[in-house]
Write a protein that binds this ligand. Structure first.
Ligand SMILES: [Zn+2]
Length: 122
């Protein structure tokens, strides 16, 4: 499945739970899709999405979700500003910014996962 594969640091280093959800939403791919079943166009779309999502995260100095020590902080304990610009992650119950459907939270590979049920199909 796409999500567990993208979280596998042996396969691709650097993507965590937030950025995987954001990338799959941007590429309009369901996290339970079987990776070997992607078309070349879908794979290219995913590649583009991952690069765009990471670029945005870096530009915003990372994604700080809360105040606790386990959250992400930049050099000098600065908060990242990417949380305010997340498209799908932890937006459960809110409208999809692309189509207006309600964002849902599901579990994929034992990880909390956020999807638009209309934009991201299996
Ligand atoms: Zn949508």
């Amino acid at each position: 499945m796409l999500k567990p594969l993208l979280l596998d640091q042996h396969f691709l280093a650097g993507l965590g739970n937030i950025y995987v959800d954001e990338s799959l939403w941007l590429a309009q791919l369901h996290p339970r899709r079987i990776s070997s079943g992607l078309s070349k166009t879908e794979a290219q779309k995913l590649h583009y999405a991952i690069r765009a999502v990471l670029r945005k995260g870096i530009k915003n100095l990372g994604t700080t979700l809360g105040k606790g020590q386990t959250n992400f902080f930049s050099v000098g304990k600065r908060r990242g500003h990417n949380r305010e610009q997340l498209m799908v992650f932890r937006r459960t119950g809110q409208k999809c910014l692309r189509c207006g459907a309600i964002i849902k939270r599901i579990i994929v590979g034992q990880r909390s996962t956020h999807i638009c049920p209309k934009c991201q199909w299996v």
